[in-house]
Design a protein around this ligand. Structure first.
Ligand SMILES: NC(=O)c1ccc[n+]([C@@H]2O[C@H](COP(=O)([O-])OP(=O)(O)OC[C@H]3O[C@@H](n4cnc5c(N)ncnc54)[C@H](O)[C@@H]3O)[C@@H](O)[C@H]2O)c1
Length: 338
């Protein structure tokens, strides 16, 4: 059996990827420090996967814990999800973001290199494109960071490129995610944000369920069809399959790659609100408020490279993303800690 270590394993995207990897025949070992997730996820993964989960609670910044983990488990490849991800928080606490996101990456890579493990999948982000000059966005677009979180993704990509030069056997699949939304169709796992959601769909979900009174739409004067911001929403289960395809590619052929994981379609905030309202059968009250600094008008992927190199493409449309998100929200109004 081929064994994959998932860091940040109890988080939103990793938990869905865990199930996809098991279905594809991989063994999974998970590690997380629960800084932004809950142990309750593991019971759900056990139930959905129909087998015991192999999991360790530790920080990826803890070199001794990472060494011990790699000693205990025979790992063939790593998917590195563990990171802090709130853009606004990153501008207030830059040192925490650099320490965790860069420190954790270095610690995991060091432990791997010491043991001759060379296959690495990195959670990058469309945020590395900043305010894109051309749409759809191709992987060769100019890269920039407008906040410390984005900077940690840019630096992470650079570190992995340099490591690939120094260690010729090293292979990275750098996956630039667009906007992951939705949930597993069982309604048993999904996104469980702590505090006020930073992203649109979990916020809309909480308005639909009655936990929040109304959505604030930041600006309706962008150069987009209805004036509200346009993003490339991608179903988290499609994203999970993208990781399976990336790992298969690393095992099948030499070399590294960088690909966008998006649908190639942009949807405006108001389109999301209408689709969610249809999926939930509930009205979603909203008010237009001034633009938020740092937000871009539109951002969507050219997904051709992922199709060509990974044989992967997204399958689920916005209606399905909203239906699955709503099922998760409705069945778990208080998330995993209910
Ligand atoms: N969700 C998005 O919109 C999005 C978009 C682009 C990229 N990403 C990236 O994808 C990855 C996963 O994101 P997510 O949305 O699933 O976030 P998430 O917060 O749900 O998952 C991240 C997990 O990492 C864990 N973690 C953080 N620091 C850790 C540490 N030092 N040691 C061990 N575990 C640690 C957290 O507890 C959490 O369970 C992150 O790297 C994120 O930056 C997310």
């Amino acid at each position: 059996m081929t064994t994959i270590l998932l860091t940040g394993a109890s988080g939103y995207i990793a938990s869905h990827t865990w199930l996809a990897l098991q279905s594809a025949g991989f063994d999974v070992v998970g590690v997380d420090d629960f800084s932004n997730s809950s142990p309750g996820v593991l019971d759900r993964l056990r139930e959905l996967g129909g087998r015991e989960v192999v999991f360790e609670r530790a920080s990826v910044c803890d070199a001794a814990a990472m060494d011990a983990l790699f000693e205990r488990h025979r790992i063939d490849a790593v998917v590195h999800f563990a990171a802090l991800k709130a853009v606004g928080e990153s501008t207030r606490q830059p040192l925490d973001y650099y320490a965790n996101n860069i420190g954790g990456l270095l610690t995991v890579c060091r432990a791997m290199v010491a043991r001759g493990i060379h296959r690495f999948v990195f959670s990058s982000s469309a945020t590395v494109y900043g305010d894109p000059q051309r749409l759809p966005i191709t992987e060769d677009a100019p890269l920039t960071a407008t906040n410390p979180y984005g900077q940690t993704k840019l630096m992470g990509e650079a570190i992995l490129r340099d490591l690939g030069v120094a260690v010729p056997a090293w292979q990275t699949a750098c996956l630039r995610y667009f906007n992951p939304v939705g949930a597993h169709d069982s309604g048993r796992i999904g996104e469980d944000p702590r505090g006020t959601p930073n992203n649109l769909m979990p916020y809309v979900a909480q308005v639909a369920i009655g936990r929040r009174s109304a959505l604030s739409v930041y600006g309706n004067d962008y150069a987009t069809p209805d004036g509200t911001g346009v993003r490339d929403y991608i179903h988290v289960c499609d994203l999970a399959e993208g990781h399976v395809a990336a790992l298969q590619r690393l095992f099948d052929s030499p070399g590294s790659l960088t690909v966008n994981l998006g649908t190639g379609r942009g949807h405006s905030v108001l389109e999301v609100v209408r689709a969610y309202s249809r999926a939930s059968g509930r009205e979603i009250p909203y008010q237009i408020v001034p633009r938020r600094p740092g937000d871009v008008a539109a951002c969507y992927a050219d997904p051709a490279q992922a199709r060509q190199w990974l044989g992967w493409q997204a399958r689920h449309d916005l209606a399905r993303m909203c239906e699955d998100s709503w099922r998760w929200q409705r069945l778990n109004p208080d998330g995993f800690d209910a």
